[in-house]
Design a binder for this molecule. Structure first.
Ligand SMILES: C[S@@+](CC[C@H](N)C(=O)[O-])C[C@H]1O[C@@H](n2cnc3c(N)ncnc32)[C@H](O)[C@@H]1O
Length: 283
C-alpha cells in the first residue's frame, strides 16, 4: 500500500509558481522525478495529504518555506569531500596551475566554487591552494569565491565556524594553519577568510565572475534538466579564462552539447579544460 500523498502535474505547476514568486527560482530547470519524490516524502512527514493542505501548513508554519527550499536544493557537503579528487588536485592539477600562472608572470589565481552549500568545499579549495602557493614560493595571490542559491547556507559559510567532527577530514598538515579554536568549535583562520568571498547567486543568472582559472561545481548540475545544464555550461565557459578548468562531481559529466566548449583532461576527477576562445581578455 502506498502511504505517501500523490502530487499531480497541476500540483507541481502550482508549487513551481509559488517557489518562483517567492524565490525567483525556476523549478522547471530541476529534475522533476527526484524532486517530486522528495516533496511527497516531506508532505508525508508533516502529515499533509495534498498540496493544498501543504500550502495551508506553510501558511501557519512560515519556517517551513526554508525547509521546502532545502528539500528542493539539497545541501549535503563536507571538507575535502572525495579524498581522491582532492589528492589529484594537490599532486597534479593545482601545482601545474600555479607554475603556469607564475611562469606567465601573472599575479593571481581565481577559483569559483559554484553551489558551495555551507562553505566546506570552498574552504577546502582555499586551504589547499593557500598551502600549495606558500610551498611554491611563487608569491601568487589567491581569490576564492563561493556562491549558493541559499542565503542561509552563505551566511553559515561566511561565519567560517565548524564543529570538530566537520573538520576531521582536513589533512592534519593543513589543519593548524587553517583553523583557530573558538570554544568547542573551530573558525577558519583570518588569513584564509580574507581571501575567500561568499555571495548569493542563482546559477541560472549570468555569472558574477570572469577570468577564472578554476570552477568547481560538484553535485549541483545533477539536479538539473539538460536545458538548465546547457545554459549553465555556457555561463561557465564565459567566465573561465582561456584554458581554464571546470571540475564536476564524481558522478557527473558534461553532455555532448558541451563538448565543443570543453575537453575532458582528468577523467577520474571529472576535470574539463575550456577550449575555444572567450570574448573577455586578460588585463
Ligand atoms: C549537494 S550541495 C553541493 C555542495 C558542494 N558543491 C559539494 O559537492 O560538496 C548542492 C548545492 O547546490 C545549491 N543549488 C541548488 N540550486 C542552485 C541554483 N539554481 N543556483 C545556485 N546554487 C544552487 C544548493 O543550495 C546546494 O547548497
Amino acid at each position: 500500500m502506498n502511504l505517501e500523498p500523490t502530487i499531480t502535474e497541476p500540483d507541481m505547476r502550482e508549487l513551481a509558481w509559488f517557489v518562483h514568486s517567492r524565490f525567483g527560482v525556476n523549478l522547471s530547470m530541476y529534475r522533476s522525478t527526484c524532486m517530486r519524490r522528495r516533496i511527497m516524502h516531506r508532505l508525508n512527514m508533516v502529515g499533509c495529504d495534498s498540496i493544498e493542505e501543504y500550502f495551508m501548513f506553510i501558511g501557519s508554519n512560515p519556517e517551513e518555506i526554508e525547509k521546502l527550499m532545502d528539500i528542493i536544493t539539497i545541501h549535503v557537503t563536507g571538507f575535502f569531500r572525495d579524498k581522491d579528487v582532492f589528492s589529484n588536485l594537490e599532486r597534479t592539477v593545482l601545482p601545474a596551475m600555479i607554475s603556469a600562472r607564475a611562469e606567465s608572470h601573472q599575479n593571481s589565481i581565481r577559483v569559483w566554487s559554484a553551489g558551495c552549500s555551507t562553505g566546506e568545499e570552498t574552504y577546502s579549495l582555499a586551504i589547499l591552494l593557500n598551502h600549495l602557493i606558500q610551498r611554491s614560493g611563487s608569491g601568487l595571490v589567491m581569490e576564492v569565491f563561493g556562491t549558493d542559491l541559499s542565503e542561509e547556507s552563505c551566511k553559515t559559510a561566511r561565519s567560517g565556524l565548524y564543529s570538530a567532527e566537520k573538520i576531521e577530514e582536513v589533512p592534519s598538515q593543513m589543519k593548524s594553519d587553517a583553523f583557530e579554536p573558538e570554544g568547542s568549535l573551530y573558525r577558519i583562520s583570518a588569513g584564509i577568510r580574507k581571501k575567500v568571498r561568499f555571495i548569493v547567486h542563482n546559477l541560472f543568472s549570468p555569472p558574477p565572475f570572469s577570468m577564472l582559472d578554476l570552477i568547481v561545481c560538484r553535485n549541483v548540475l545533477i539536479h538539473f534538466e539538460p536545458d538548465g545544464r546547457g545554459r549553465i555550461n555556457k555561463y561557465f565557459h564565459e567566465s573561465l579564462r582561456d584554458g581554464g578548468l571546470l571540475m564536476l562531481g564524481k558522478s557527473e559529466a558534461l553532455g555532448s552539447d558541451a563538448l565543443d566548449m570543453f575537453e575532458l583532461v582528468h577523467p577520474r576527477s571529472k576535470i574539463y579544460r575550456k577550449t575555444g576562445e572567450s570574448n573577455v581578455k586578460e588585463d
